[in-house]
Design a protein around this ligand. Sequence first.
Ligand code: IPM
Ligand code: MN
Length: 372
Amino acid sequence: MKLEIAVLSGDGIGPEVTEQSKKVLDAIAHKFNHTFLYKEALVGAIAIDKTGDPLPKETLDICGNTDAVLFGSIGHPKYDNDPSAKVRPEQGLLKLRKSLGLYANIRPVKAYETLLDKSPLKKEIIEGTDISIYRELTGGIYFGEKKLSKDGETASDLCEYSKHEIERITHLAFKAAQTRRKKLTLVDKANVLESSRLWRKVVTEVGKQYDDVELDFLFVDNAAMQMILNPSQFDVILTENMFGDIISDEASVIGGSIGLLASASVGDKFALFEPIHGSYPQATGKGIANPIASILSAAMLLEHFELFEEAELIRKGVDKSLKLKISTPDINTEYENVTTSKVGDFIADYIEYPEDSNINFQNIHIGQSTII
Ligand code: IPM
Ligand code: MN
């Protein structure tokens, strides 16, 4: 298969983690005889620095003319601490999601057996957790009308949803539940918000077409608590934009590091793949950023094009790296000097030579490996 991939590595650790995904994709291309072509484009703070615009037109054109987008991360502290900034890096990502119509953001959350002790939550609580979060991505409070009064003393953000916006992601979430454990939980705040009551109504209606899936509802405050009390109760979670943003960061604690969580953002025409973490400015250039979230996002990209065997091999490589503790310091306190790039090298090498590498891998931490 030939794929043209727009690479928007963005700010902070974005470029260094995306570099590892490309390494891994190149190994897949080599092994399975695919051609992956990359087109780099600017986004975020770096795009503001160079062009004044967090999403230059050229970038949007490249994304619209390629098969998929591989995204790194965006954000810079100089904007975080300046509420009056007129242009912000995040606007680039939001505009990109809206322009490409990426209305469903899928965030898988898993407790890896080998990392159970890395989570601050008890092993017994997180064991067996396997959740797929379906976060609505182009509506709600993120995109509703924003107002600031002339005197600067009052502000508001409108949370608006249409039936159509709710329906299209709901179908995707139910279909996903059908291939999993057949349970869908709608997370909302229907006891307070009118928009949430519309979600309940529409999701209940759509649910009638999927009578093999059990549908239940949780208020978001309760869901936030259940997520750390008993996360293995969840299968597919469906929720609106901001609740999904918050719940998924919370859920990342289960896996032991936010550096492990990948995501796919899909619409009817386009698809973008990105780690859920931010630009982690303090770590930039230090080689300590975990590339797994980005690498697993690349695996989701391959799955999107039905390259299941290829994606599975990446996942196996990731599992192997976790098992052998070829991991960055966020999840590895035993071995020093395992850098972002070494994790990428290891997984790329595993893909090309899974068997041969297995022998070498044993020697990695004593410095006798010929691989890294
Ligand atoms: C995410 C991020 C973004 C969001 C930011 C960077 C705008 O936190 O992808 O979860 O809030 O959606
Ligand atoms: Mn977020």
